[in-house]
Write a protein that binds this ligand. Structure first.
Ligand SMILES: [Zn+2]
Ligand SMILES: [Zn+2]
Length: 290
């Protein structure tokens, strides 16, 4: 604070002056030009007077209310004023805090918290709206910041996204090929199921069903009886509207399967009782990944 003597202040028409020397209570603060009293002391005494009785408190509030009525400003004006004098106000507030003892500060803080809480309870709708508006406003700022950041780092971000995508694609590819290597039988059935779906055939069967069927006939071709690699043959061919349910498949070797072509020949001996595992497991569809 600039040092101004009482005489100079009077000459300049200032309401306050500042000597830089402490008052009798030790405040290094401004003094009133009119009476030479310490401003901090005055504030302290005023506070004490307010706390003396509820009547004093009421009178003080009334006084403040009247002052605000005479000095009415819109919220926009008030905000502008605050921004203009922000440093001064904050410094003043900090200075004011010094005038109170530790206990007083604690008490006022507690009171302020209680007042806020009470207000929020009594004006819950208004409070909710205020909080929502604040959030919306802040969200708009955040969005704008994000957008700006994106605009400034567009190429960088897009490049990173592309790399990430490529890495993810490669990972998926690797996983798929590993799964295919680890489960060759399931993979074969998966592609068969895909073909059946593509042909418009309904139904599906599980790997266990197929294994059960092969085991049931001693892993032999139902047509020639040879014990060689078996392929899935649809009794009623898919091209002729046959389904892909387990009751429409039979194990045949590759050459018999090719010879059969599009005829609907059932090589399963009549009266054979088939109890497929999928019925036991309630495993209705085969999608390959199980
Ligand atoms: Zn003082
Ligand atoms: Zn055969």
């Amino acid at each position: 604070m600039k040092i101004v003597s009482r005489k100079e202040a009077k000459a300049q028409g200032l309401k306050r002056y500042f000597t830089g020397k402490p008052c009798k209570n030790g405040h290094i603060s401004e003094r009133y030009t009119s009476g030479g009293h310490c401003v901090d002391c005055n504030n302290h005494l005023h506070r004490q007077w307010i706390d003396k009785s509820p009547e004093n408190k009421r009178r003080n509030l009334e006084c403040i209310k009247k002052w605000h009525e005479n000095h009415h400003r819109t919220p926009e004006q008030r905000r502008k004023q605050y921004q203009k004098h922000k440093k001064k106000i904050l410094a003043h507030q900090k200075n004011c805090v010094k005038n109170f003892t530790k206990e007083e500060r604690k008490l006022y803080k507690k009171k302020a918290v209680e007042n806020t809480k009470r207000w929020r309870v009594n004006n819950s709708e208004k409070f909710r709206l205020q909080r929502k508006n604040k959030w919306v406003k802040e969200q708009a700022i955040r969005d704008e910041e994000k957008r700006q950041y994106y605009e400034e780092h567009k190429e960088e971000i897009e490049a990173k996204k592309k790399v990430d995508r490529e890495i993810q694609d490669q990972k998926t590819k690797d996983n798929n090929s590993r799964w295919q290597k680890e489960h060759p039988e399931k993979n074969r059935l998966k592609s068969l199921a895909y073909l059946a779906r593509k042909n418009g055939a309904e139904g599906s069967y599980s790997l266990e069903d197929w294994k059960y069927l092969c085991n049931k006939f001693d892993n032999r071709c139902l047509s020639c009886g040879k014990k060689i690699a078996l392929t899935v043959d649809h009794i009623q061919p898919l091209s002729k509207g046959g389904s892909n349910y387990n009751r429409n498949i039979q194990p045949l070797c590759q050459s018999c399967n090719s010879k059969k072509r599009v005829e609907a020949t059932n090589f399963i001996p009549a009266g054979t009782f088939l109890f497929f595992p999928s019925i036991m497991n309630n495993q209705i569809s085969y999608r390959g990944s199980k």
